[in-house]
Design a protein around this ligand. Structure first.
Ligand SMILES: Cc1cc2nc3c(=O)[nH]c(=O)nc-3n(C[C@H](O)[C@H](O)[C@H](O)COP(=O)(O)OP(=O)(O)OC[C@H]3O[C@@H](n4cnc5c(N)ncnc54)[C@H](O)[C@@H]3O)c2cc1C
Length: 390
């Protein structure tokens, strides 16, 4: 949960100004270029500079550490807008902010003062490094070890699928400081690992969608981390510290889902008025109308669930079930709407000259990242039972 004292209250007017600035940036600097850059799978360097200037890398970092300190509700609206134009861009600052969130919530005062101001400007960027080749959902099974050696820890192992892995330099790294601990999570710790000797990018991973943003495998060979980079200076709490950030991560991913679902719906509505068959626009055929109605309803419902989870998060209420429901529903809505938008477009939906094929390639990632949707269902059901004792 967010420390509500760290959030700067935002009036409806302030929020509108922020969202207008984001829209202006998206219309001027992103929309005209996204198709070419995405198809070439190029890192969007200029767009990243634009996002730095807008303060997005510090969106939820408290103002006392140089960020904007925005409430999660405003942040979710930003993520939705950005994802409507290009989901990958939101990934570049989302993954970074999940790492920041671990420092904000669990770091010592010295760690916050040292790292957050540079992270807020985007001068230092990075992400969260949890997944390994042998495990993603079952994070207690990680094999990466960190052994204490004087004032350092020595890290060995491999992380995979790490967003911002190539262009980022700082990562919240989940390791085992005690591989034999029982329960297994009590042997985990979370470090801030900055690239240096022994920390290399072993390969860039090629993907179906989510292009532009770099996904990489990271190799650690006798990599030394100073002991003062152990988040919270506490061994054995790594998994808790990492998973705490995932609640915010799930709200982020839900907001991305709303953005993609909404973009697909809007493209379908536009196209259905332009394309004619049998003497009338296809939006006048009942089977297309049913699709448009379903798509629009999914977007609205997904947005409500996402905002409800964001509000609960801001107020400091426990919201793992709400965040899980929002993530589950909004990401399935993105998958559903991207497929339906493709059908509405007929053959053109399959063409690289229209954006719907990108939504169709991007959406499935959302059901996997920040905890698969299968896992969300398990978590929701557990909460349901816990909150409703017989
Ligand atoms: C493009 C991309 C970017 C990513 N970015 C990052 C990142 O920045 N940092 C990071 O750490 N990771 C990242 N990941 C990894 C992602 O978080 C994992 O892929 C995800 O958590 C799933 O883990 P897995 O791939 O190991 O699947 P597995 O855990 O092997 O799961 C395989 C299947 O089994 C199901 N399953 C597993 N356990 C259970 C269970 N108990 N009950 C029912 N079903 C179960 C899963 O739902 C899934 O369907 C990224 C992945 C991708 C594709």
């Amino acid at each position: 949960m967010m420390d509500s004292a760290a959030i700067t209250p935002v009036t409806a007017e302030d929020e509108q100004q922020i969202l207008d600035a984001i829209d202006k940036f998206l219309d001027r600097d992103v929309r005209p270029y996204v198709m070419d850059i995405e198809h070439a799978d190029e890192y969007p360097t200029d767009m990243v500079e634009g996002m730095k200037a807008l303060g997005l890398f510090g969106a939820i970092i408290p103002q006392e550490y140089g960020g904007l300190g925005l409430p999660t509700t405003t942040y979710a609206r930003i993520v939705e807008r950005v994802s409507e134009v290009w989901m990958s861009l939101s990934g570049i600052f989302n993954s970074h902010l999940i790492m920041c969130s671990a420092v904000i919530r669990h770091g010592t005062e010295d760690q916050k003062r040292e790292w957050l101001p540079k992270l807020a400007t985007g001068e230092i960027r990075g992400g969260l490094a949890l997944t390994e080749p042998n495990c993603g959902t079952d994070l207690q099974a990680i094999r990466m070890t960190a052994k204490r050696d004087g004032d350092d820890y020595v890290v060995n192992g491999t992380k995979t699928w790490i967003s911002n892995g190539i262009h980022g330099t700082l990562f919240a790294l989940l390791v085992k400081t005690d591989p034999n601990a029982s329960p297994r999570h009590a042997g985990t710790s979370l470090f801030l690992a900055e690239k240096g000797p022994g920390f290399t990018v072993s390969r860039k991973l090629e993907k179906l969608g989510y292009k532009g943003i770099d996904s990489a495998e990271l190799l650690f060979e006798d990599f030394r981390i100073p002991a003062d980079r152990l988040i919270g200076l506490e061994e054995g709490r790594g998994l808790r510290h990492a998973l705490g950030g995932l609640e915010l991560g799930r709200i982020n991913v839900a907001a991305r889902g709303v953005g993609v679902a909404s973009a697909a719906m809007k493209e379908a509505v536009k196209y259905s008025q332009q394309r004619e068959t049998f003497g009338k626009p296809i939006c006048e055929h009942q089977s297309i109308q049913i699709k448009l109605a379903d798509m629009a309803t999914q977007v609205e419902a997904a947005r409500h669930l996402t905002m409800a989870a964001a509000k609960a998060f801001d107020s400091g209420e426990r919201c793992d079930m709400e965040a899980g429901m929002a993530k589950l529903f909004a990401t399935e809505a993105a998958v559903h709407n991207s497929m339906e938008a493709m059908r509405v477009h007929g053959g053109y939906g399959y063409s690289k000259e229209f954006p719907v094929e990108r939504f169709y390639r991007d959406a499935p990632l959302l059901v996997i990242g920040e905890g698969t949707n299968e896992l969300q269902k398990i978590l929701i059901a557990r909460q349901l039972v816990e909150r409703n004792p017989a």
